[in-house]
Design a protein around this ligand. Structure first.
Ligand code: GCV
Length: 646
């Protein structure tokens, strides 16, 4: 039986009385909110009022929770606001031990989504927590677990979920056909009763299979009419559908380029067809040449999203949102921020992170990613032509900088049908943390971690301290023992797990570190590929020279000799040796901190994480040794501290 994560509090009747406006009695959303409040074991014999009000400052999904002698009140402008507020009330009540609660919370981002890469056969692309709980044997499943998942999303304020892989294959093409449409409708109704909109990934090439159309050219009338009719049919059955996510012209997926059209022409065709139904098209910017030759020194994959999209600013329809990965490559342990943020004033944007730990330990290593996401969100873009106040990434994607109509944050999710949902029990901190962060990007990563720990493991001081230390050490530790200084990609090909320094070096994916016996790195400044120049000033100048580039990104931006002195005072090679020794020690320290919790937390959870740490400790040593040996053998430079290298 699967766990209920932080919602593990259901009791038959807690004696709580919930009252609400009369006209809400038939609302499934309010019904779910009331059920949650009345069946939460922590809320004994309370009086709670749910009140629909009209207060412009609360927007569509915000809420106000207040305490008086009469009890508690949750107010919102909409039913969605009421249910988000109800779940938040439960969390706050537990965290504050029943003390008075007086808060007003309004989500910063309009879109707060999870993207599933689930396939209809039940497998998950880059899934590390078992199989899909949405799909099995080419069928769509709706059961108690689906409902619990909707509760989990709602408890964090997520308001959107894409249930199928962006690489739409096989039966998934039928999700918008008669075969599955009734189930899609049922699922959308279930999710919307928890304030969450359902979205689907779509196969851009679908009309090719219709013999009367046999094309996917976005400017072809037949193609346009095909999509209009399709969306009419889909929305007639599934009126609550949020829209579609599209991966086009990427890694073998078809797209407008096949017909000599640009990305805006492709996205706009779909956007116009869906407009009358109120749907949106989320169009991914992960477009790059994946047939590169490693000898080609001009083509730089890091530039591609920018090169394909930047000049199209202003030419996308208003119901298109560009979904842009946080970094220019692909969810590596360290990358600079994608330069498109802060450079497209007239095109809706949202940021895409990955909490599925594809390149960050695959949920076998603990890696709390929220500190990394915070750094990205706080990055100052020095946005041009800004209309609003801020211009950090989080201001851009919240829509503040340019007043985007649609914008926000999404993450490739880390969930599956494992009993604990996320494979590693501690990976649930990323599911929790990303939801909280997309609701309120001003929250601190420690603050979020503390909430999650206490709601999951209780308030014991040692438990809270040790898990907090583990989480906060985990991302830096992973970075230390894996690829150094922003270089990325030193992983086993395809699988992306475990060290393989040249795994991607001579392949077609455009992911090169160019290590020789003298230098390492690719020059990306104005004399190199020019990637650094794509940023606004002063970022462009900062990345232009090694002396001003932050240490952690040195090798992303510059080709440097191994004896180059970093700002830390260490040479590149000594930094590599030191961090790899340290990272493996950190893994041991995290395992030790966990061992101390035996008897203080649920034993099954203790054992599961214990086993993962046994692996992580051994695997971090493997990383350390493989990476250090690689560089020692290339350079023959000894470790200053005399540690053995082989
Ligand atoms: C869904 C990376 C992953 C692919 C993924 C792709 C994407 O390349 O390895 O599995 O495909 O990103 O984001 O589309």
């Amino acid at each position: 039986m699967y766990t209920k994560l932080w919602l593990d509090y259901i009791t038959d009747d807690n004696g709580t009385v919930v009252s609400f406006n009369d006209n809400l009695k038939d609302s499934p959303i309010v019904q779910n909110a009331v059920n949650e409040l009345k069946s939460c074991a922590f809320l004994k014999n309370l009086n709670i009022v749910l009140d629909l009000i009209n207060d412009g400052s609360l927007n569509d999904e915000g809420y106000r929770i207040s305490t008086s002698v009469m009890g508690y009140k949750i107010e919102a402008n909409t039913e969605n606001g009421l249910i988000f507020g109800s779940f938040r009330f439960i969390a706050l009540y537990r965290l504050n031990d029943g003390e008075d609660i007086n808060v007003t919370e309004i989500p910063a981002n309009k879109l707060r989504m999870l993207n599933h890469w689930d396939n209809m056969d039940g497998s998950i692309e880059r899934g590390y927590s078992g199989d899909s709980f949405f799909f099995k044997d080419n069928d769509l499943i709706i059961n108690e677990r689906t409902r619990d998942y909707a509760r989990i999303l709602c408890s964090l304020g997520y308001n959107g979920v894409v249930i199928n892989n962006v690489n739409v294959k096989g039966a998934a093409c039928d999700l918008i056909n008669d075969r599955f449409i009734d189930k899609v409708r049922d699922l959308s109704i279930l999710f919307s009763s928890f304030g969450v909109k359902l979205y689907l990934s779509l196969n851009y090439a679908a009309p090719i299979d219709d013999p009367d159309v046999a094309s996917a050219d976005p400017l072809d009338d037949k193609v346009i009419r095909w999509w209009e009719k399709k969306f009419d049919e889909v929305y007639a059955s599934v009126p609550k559908l949020g829209g579609f996510l599209v991966k086009a012209d990427s890694e073998g997926r078809p797209g407008p380029f096949t017909y000599g059209r640009n990305q805006a022409e492709g996205a706009n065709m779909l956007a116009r067809a869906i407009l009358r139904h109120g749907g949106i098209i989320i169009w991914r910017c992960f477009v790059y040449n994946c047939q590169q030759d490693w000898r080609d020194l001009k083509t730089d994959r890091a530039r591609s999203a920018y090169d394909y999209f930047h000049d199209l600013d202003g030419s996308f329809e208003d119901n298109v949102v560009l979904q842009i990965k946080n970094g220019p490559m692909d969810f590596q342990i360290r990358e600079p921020v994608t330069p498109l943020f802060g450079k497209m004033p007239n095109t809706n944007q949202m940021i895409e992170f990955q909490i599925a730990q594809e390149y960050t330990g695959q949920q076998r290593h603990v890696c709390y990613l929220i500190p990394w996401f915070k750094e990205v969100l706080e990055f100052e873009t020095y946005a041009t032509d800004k209309k609003g106040k801020g211009s950090r990434v989080r201001d851009v994607v919240s829509g503040e900088t340019y007043g985007y109509r649609y914008s926000g944050m999404c993450a490739v999710t880390n969930t599956g049908n494992d009993d604990n949902w996320t494979g590693h029990d501690l990976a649930a901190a990323n599911l929790y943390g990303f939801g909280r962060l997309s609701f309120d990007p001003s929250l601190g990563s420690e603050e979020i971690a503390l909430e999650w720990i206490r709601l999951t493991f209780g308030n014991d001081g040692k438990v809270v301290n040790n898990i907090l230390k583990i989480l906060m050490m985990s991302w830096p530790a992973y970075e230390k023992y894996s690829a150094p200084l922003g270089i990325g990609w030193m992983v086993s090909p395809n699988q992306h797990y475990g060290p393989d320094p040249d795994g991607y070096e001579y392949s077609r994916w455009g992911t090169y570190h160019k290590a020789t016996c003298k230098t390492i790195g690719l020059e990306r400044n104005s004399e190199g590929t020019g990637y650094a120049t794509l940023y606004n000033e002063p970022n462009a100048s900062m990345y232009e020279k090694p002396e001003t580039t932050p240490d952690e990104l040195e090798l992303f931006f510059h080709k440097l000799p191994y004896d180059y002195k970093l700002k830390s005072g260490k040479t590149v090679i000594q930094h590599i040796y030191d961090t790899h020794f340290e990272g493996a020690e950190d893994a041991e320290e995290m395992a030790r901190l966990w061992d101390e919790l035996q008897g203080l937390i649920d034993n099954d959870s203790f054992k599961r994480v214990f086993a993962r740490f046994e692996h992580q400790v051994a695997h971090s040593k493997e990383w350390r040794d493989v990476i250090n040996s690689y560089f020692y053998r290339k350079t023959l430079i000894e470790d200053e501290k005399g540690r053995p290298l082989y």
